[in-house]
Design a binder for this molecule. Structure first.
Ligand SMILES: Cc1ncc(COP(=O)(O)O)c(C=O)c1O
Length: 405
């Protein structure tokens, strides 16, 4: 069968595949602990549900404008004013089917074949594939100093005549690292100076710990005109625990939004109206759920880091935000895919191999589940890997005996 060249270059989303694998094993009755997931477990905000229910009760569920309903745009404008101290117009805003679609459509709007997009490594699994879908080239920039905190020079070194855009995600999936204010200021200034698009993926910007305050990229933007190449991405998935509602958005210059809207209009049309209603409810509603989630995640982070610190040979960088911990397991196996498979097979713990994020030898462990899952998940991993632990482990009433060395 003839498959397009682009399709052949794209790999499946490993994180979505692992979700599926965990669900299948669970359905079989296996006591799976899923430390590979990317979604908070709290319920969606009541305001989101009520506003959705109100619309559903009318039984009039129609198409919406390709860039979102006027009410949705108003909510995004309000959000941008409240969280970024920036007043934008409806023409500066597009609502999409998740932040994922907003990023994809933004890339399609700005990239020509063979152009390059730079992002710090480790990176979110979808960035390289999204860039490749545009027939452009992903360029990962691994911080030279061995940390998860890029410096401007790490990005600068990768810039060439084909460079079109930079993507920054802070705090970062998979490391949880929140980049310094200095770095954000530098990168905004650098992209303006070099006339590069800057996509700021702020999807986790409110889920940060230890008293940190979100960093506002606009604070460092000198170009506030309609020529600005800064594209801000956000959405309801993570902060409001609304991953299944699939609403994200972009804020950018009117020209960029116009082109993104044209593309989206032929791709999916506007996002589903019911889901936009839910997102509006969440954005305009009571915000206490976001803080409650943040506090829960910070507590979970502390438990996970403590557990991992007590795990012989594992190197951990304490996450500043998100719900991911990216830990160095290379002492046990340098092949992270083989290691992740071993952990599922032997102790039914799902993790995501670091190689998928551009760094081999690491595993991404999520702490968005329960404390019990975090503790038991890491305990099981320790039992499977650390040969100094006892030879037997009970999972419920199932007795496991280590028959590997
Ligand atoms: C860094 C990053 N950006 C964007 C997204 C996409 O979010 P959404 O669910 O809104 O499509 C994710 C989801 O995992 C993410 O981790």
């Amino acid at each position: 069968m003839s498959i397009s060249q682009i399709a052949r270059s794209i790999s499946e989303s490993v994180t979505l595949k692992l979700n599926e694998k965990a669900a299948i094993l669970r359905a079989k009755g296996d006591p799976v602990i899923h430390l590979g997931g990317g979604e908070p477990k709290s319920p969606a905000p009541l305001d989101a549900i009520l506003s959705t229910a109100g619309l559903l009760n009318t039984a009039e569920i129609r198409y919406t404008p390709a860039d979102g309903t006027p009410e949705m745009k108003k909510a995004i404008i309000r959000y941008t004013e409240e969280h970024y101290d920036r007043l934008v117009e409806p023409e500066n805003v597009i609502a999409s089917g998740g932040a994922k679609q907003a990023i994809m459509v933004a890339l399609q709007a700005i990239l020509n074949p063979q152009e390059e997009v730079i992002f710090p490594a480790p990176y979110w699994v979808s960035y390289p594939e999204m860039v490749k879908l545009c027939q452009a080239l992903p360029v990962a920039a691994l911080p030279e100093d061995g940390t998860f905190y890029p410096r401007l020079q790490d990005i600068e070194e990768k810039v060439g005549s084909y460079t079109k855009a930079v993507i920054i995600n802070s705090p970062s999936n998979p490391t949880g690292a929140m980049y310094s204010e200095e770095f954000i200021a530098d990168i905004v200034e650098f992209c303006e100076k070099r006339d590069l698009y800057l996509i700021m993926d702020d999807i986790y910007h409110r889920l940060i710990f230890d008293g940190r305050k979100p960093i506002n990229c606009y604070d460092y933007a000198k170009d506030r005109s309609e020529n600005s190449k800064l594209i801000l991405i956000n959405g309801v998935s993570k902060q409001f625990a609304m991953t299944g509602f699939r609403i994200g958005w972009a804020v950018a210059s009117k020209k960029i939004i116009e082109v993104m809207t044209n593309i989206q209009s032929h791709q999916t049309s506007g996002p589903a109206v019911v889901l936009q209603k839910a997102a509006i409810g969440a954005i305009n509603g009571i915000q206490s759920g976001v803080e409650a989630l943040r506090v829960t995640l910070e507590n979970n982070r502390n438990v996970m880091v403590e557990q991992l610190n007590a795990f012989d040979g594992i190197k951990v960088t304490k996450p500043d935000g998100t719900f991911y911990c990216f830990a160095d397991f290379s002492v046990y196996n340098k092949d992270s895919t083989a290691l992740a498979e071993f952990l599922i097979d032997k102790v039914q713990v799902v993790t995501v191999p670091g190689v998928e994020f551009g760094l081999e030898g690491y595993l991404r462990l999520s702490f968005c589940g329960t404390i019990k899952d975090i503790q038991e998940g890491v305990e099981r991993m320790k039992w499977a890997l650390d040969l100094n632990s006892p030879n037997e482990l009970y999972i419920g009433d199932r007795k496991l005996v280590r028959d590997w060395s």
